[in-house]
Ligand binder design. Structure first.
Ligand code: IPE
Ligand code: IPE
Ligand code: MG
Length: 246
């Protein structure tokens, strides 16, 4: 009898994060490098966002949260804020039909109070028309800040206590977490940030307690390609996640 041949190693199984967060950063610098107005970076950045969203769904990501506009981004010049809001309008109008074909649940996270009425309407339509889908959940963080989110959650619990509906002793991490925009979703596994900034900038600060971070300092968001996501997934697969254990 022949000696059993050594089995071929199983095809490398890709370890894909269940919940991926992307800080889409570097649009302004990308435009500046080309002598273009910052808005041009946002236009290309929005196209890249569409492409990468589709790729994430194809790769098997179950929850994708993208940082589109922070609670601090209102500090930017008014014409830049308007350009970003116009891109969002355009994206939502064009995507409403797309959303029907794709199996993606679209959700917006962040405070809605400061948003324009027509944007609110489009957001509600996008959410309502995709709520029944069974594929990847896409959370678009718009007017989002992690500190604002946790503050709103605390306020909500405090109101319940004041109304006599909640015993303060019953407040634990789980209860607070349920009040967050992502309360029904798993925590974030991997956060990606291109552009060379090594910070969270108020993104998913609660949800990222045990997230892995991949800061890609060799690329700006408008240049981001599918292969860059593969690179990040490879890095993620090499990480040893211990969650405080051994
Ligand atoms: C990210 O790119 C997009 C938004 C914040 C809306 P930036 O506009 O922050 O680009 P840089 O960081 O100035 O290059
Ligand atoms: C974070 O990027 C917000 C988004 C990408 C939407 P910023 O460019 O606003 O963050 P800072 O100012 O560099 O921290
Ligand atoms: Mg930036």
């Amino acid at each position: 009898m022949l000696f059993g041949r050594k089995k071929q190693p199983a095809a490398a199984v890709r370890k894909i994060p269940v919940h991926l967060g992307i800080i889409m950063d570097g649009n302004g610098r990308w435009a500046k490098k080309r002598g273009l107005p910052r808005q041009a970076g946002h236009v290309t950045g929005a196209q890249v966002f569409r492409k990468i969203t589709k790729y994430c769904e194809k790769c098997g990501v179950r929850y994708l949260t993208v940082y589109a506009f922070s609670t601090e981004n209102w500090r930017r010049p008014q014409d830049e804020v308007e350009a970003i809001m116009n891109l969002l309008r355009q994206y939502l109008k064009e995507s409403l039909a797309d959303f029907q074909q794709e199996n993606i649940v679209v959700r917006f996270i962040g405070s809605r109070d400061e948003l324009a009425g027509d944007i609110l309407q489009l957001i509600q339509e996008a959410e309502a028309s995709t709520a029944h889908k069974t594929g990847m959940t896409l959370n678009i963080a718009l007017n989002y800040g992690g500190q604002q989110e946790i503050t709103a959650a605390a306020r909500c619990l405090a109101q319940n206590v004041a109304a006599g509906e909640l015993d303060p002793a019953a407040i634990d991490e789980k209860l607070l977490e349920q009040q967050l925009y992502t309360g029904d979703q798993p925590p974030v596994d991997l956060i990606l940030r291109p552009s060379g900034e090594y910070r969270l900038s108020n993104f998913l600060i609660w949800q990222s307690a045990y997230a892995e971070f991949v800061f890609m300092d060799d690329i700006l968001w408008p240049d981001f390609k599918e292969g860059d996501l593969d690179r990040a997934f490879e890095e993620f697969a090499r990480r040893d996640r211990r969650f405080g254990g051994v």
